[in-house]
Design a binder for this molecule. Structure first.
Ligand SMILES: N[C@@H](CCC(=O)N[C@@H](CS)C(=O)NCC(=O)O)C(=O)O
Length: 188
């Protein structure tokens, strides 16, 4: 049985929850209190961060690495395209989400100077590219959707129209709908 060391609030954990749900993989969850992390978490991940996936003696941190592992271990349904160039474009998109949207999100949450403008520019850039994103639903969407859900439903940020529509479309997938449920519970 797979164990996921998890936190509801964490968008990186959400990536892994969504990928596991899409692939129909059963797992158990150990919820970590991020304000009061147990010392033993550092034995599983020297950075002390979640998510961490564990199966017997195999222990794996880092959301993107975990999702790539899940894709190889459970190839169906595929969450990466078959073509190597298309796969590389997905990986590039994920890299860009992490360094742009991820950083802008945390700066906004910390209330840093200029963070709202930076976040707005980032969302507008993503929104402008949405119609031509060169990938089918898969790991790229799964990589950014947790941040959009939290921005809209926890932080009250109004998303640009294209991104809001894409979020509504993705919400029809049970794996994503479950994540909306988790965030709704956090907002209560
Ligand atoms: N690069 C990591 C980031 C994981 C991460 O930052 N997780 C946060 C929760 S959202 C965490 O555990 N923070 C605790 C800390 O920063 O010490 C990943 O992709 O999994």
């Amino acid at each position: 049985m797979i164990t996921l060391y998890d936190a509801d609030r964490c968008p990186y954990c959400a990536r892994v929850r969504i990928a596991l749900a899409e692939k129909g993989v059963e797992y158990e969850t150990v919820t970590i209190d991020l304000q009061n992390r147990p010392d033993w978490l550092y034995e599983k991940n020297p950075l002390g961060k979640v998510p961490v996936l564990e199966e017997d003696t195999f222990v794996l941190p880092e959301s993107n690495v975990i999702n790539e592992y899940l894709e190889e271990r459970y190839p169906e349904p595929a969450l990466l395209p078959a073509d190597p160039a298309a796969r590389a474009r997905v990986r590039l998109a994920i890299e860009r989400f992490d360094t742009n949207l991820g950083d802008a999100y945390y700066a906004y949450r910390r209330g840093e100077d200029g963070a709202a403008e930076r976040l707005g520019r980032c969302l507008a850039f993503m929104d402008g590219r949405t119609p031509e994103w060169p990938f089918e639903y898969g790991l790229a969407d799964i990589a950014y959707v947790p941040w959009l859900i939290r921005l809209r439903d926890l932080l009250g940020v109004e998303l640009p129209e294209g991104l809001a529509e894409r979020l509504d479309t993705l919400a029809e997938r049970p794996a994503i709908a479950a994540e909306f449920g988790i965030v709704a519970a956090l907002a209560r």
